[in-house]
Design a protein around this ligand. Structure first.
Ligand SMILES: C[S@@+](CC[C@H](N)C(=O)[O-])C[C@H]1O[C@@H](n2cnc3c(N)ncnc32)[C@H](O)[C@@H]1O
Length: 250
C-alpha cells in the first residue's frame, strides 16, 4: 500500500476523533437499528427509484467509519457485507456495532485507493461521506470499479459541494463553487491539525465516475427538509446538503 503523508495524517486524525465522532452519531446507544440508516434502508432517499436489491448480494462499504452502513446492509439481507476504513479506531466501533446488532459483517483496514478486496467480488459497493477526504478520487473510483462485477451497483454519497459553499447557520456564501476544491476543516480547537476535504463540483464527480468505468444512473439531491432530522428551515434548508450518485459498473 502506498503510504503518503496526507494519508497518514488523515488516518491519525480519524483515529483521534473516532470516539467523539461516534458519540455524535450515537453509536453506543442501545437501539434496535443502526444509529444512522443504511443507504439501502426503507428511509433511504428516493428508495423506489434507486435502492438496489441487497438481499443475497455481496456488498462493500468504502470508508465505513463506525460501520452503520455495512451493518445496515447486513440487516437488509446482504449475503456478504464488508466494510473498509483507514482508521483502526473507527473499525473498532464498527466491530462493536456488529456485535451489538448480531449480524455477520467483516471489517478490514485499508485505503480507498488500494482496496484490500478481490477483483470482481461484489454486486454492490457504496461510500457514504468518505470520498470527500480522498485526495486521489480517480484512483478511489477505479478501485470501486475493480472490486465490482460487471453490472454491479455503486452509490457514491458525499457532502453536496453546493451545500458546502453556503454556511448552514448564517447563509453566507463562503467560497466559489468552482474555486479550489481542497479545503481544511477544523474539527475543534483541541486537535492539532485540520481535516482536509475536497468539495468537487457535481460535474467533476460525474466525469470521474464515467472515466472510471461507470454509467451514472441517477443524481439524487435529497431535500434537507425531508431528510435531515435537525433541519427545520433557514439557511441549512436552502441548499442540498447530500449528493448521491448512483452508477452501474459497465
Ligand atoms: C465522515 S466519516 C463517514 C463514515 C461512515 N461512512 C458514515 O457514514 O458514518 C469518513 C470516514 O472515511 C474514512 N476515510 C477517510 N479517508 C479514507 C481513505 N482514504 N480510505 C478509507 N477510508 C477513509 C475515515 O476514517 C472515516 O471513518
Amino acid at each position: 500500500m502506498a503510504v503518503t503523508d496526507p494519508y497518514r495524517e488523515n488516518r491519525r486524525l480519524w483515529d483521534e476523533w473516532s470516539d467523539a465522532f461516534q458519540a455524535l452519531w450515537n453509536a453506543e446507544t442501545a437501539t434496535d437499528a443502526p444509529p444512522t440508516p443504511s443507504p439501502f434502508g426503507p428511509d433511504a432517499p428516493d428508495p423506489e427509484r434507486v435502492v438496489p436489491a441487497v438481499e443475497s448480494a455481496a456488498v462493500a462499504e468504502l470508508g465505513c467509519g463506525g460501520g452503520q452502513g455495512t451493518v445496515g446492509a447486513a440487516l437488509a439481507g446482504a449475503d456478504r457485507a464488508v466494510g473498509v476504513d483507514l482508521s483502526r479506531e473507527q473499525l473498532r466501533h464498527a466491530r462493536r456495532l456488529r456485535e451489538y446488532c448480531g449480524v455477520d459483517a467483516t471489517f478490514v483496514h485499508g485505503e480507498a485507493t488500494s482496496l484490500p478486496l478481490a477483483t470482481d467480488a461484489f454486486d454492490v459497493a457504496f461510500t457514504e461521506w468518505a470520498f470527500q477526504h480522498v485526495a486521489d478520487l480517480d484512483a478511489a473510483l477505479r478501485e470501486a470499479r475493480r472490486v465490482l462485477r460487471d453490472g454491479g451497483t455503486f452509490l457514491c454519497s458525499v457532502p453536496h459541494p453546493f451545500g458546502e459553499v453556503v454556511d448552514g447557520e448564517s447563509g453566507e456564501v463562503d467560497r466559489r463553487y468552482h474555486g479550489d476544491s481542497r479545503r481544511t476543516v477544523e474539527i475543534d480547537e483541541s486537535y492539532d491539525a485540520d481535516m482536509v476535504v475536497f468539495d468537487r463540483p457535481v460535474g467533476d464527480l460525474h466525469r470521474a465516475l464515467v472515466d472510471a468505468g461507470f454509467a451514472v444512473d441517477a443524481v439524487v439531491e435529497p431535500d434537507p427538509l425531508d431528510h435531515a432530522p435537525n433541519v427545520d428551515g433557514g439557511p441549512a434548508a436552502a441548499v442540498p446538503r447530500d449528493l448521491r450518485l448512483w452508477a452501474t459498473a459497465t
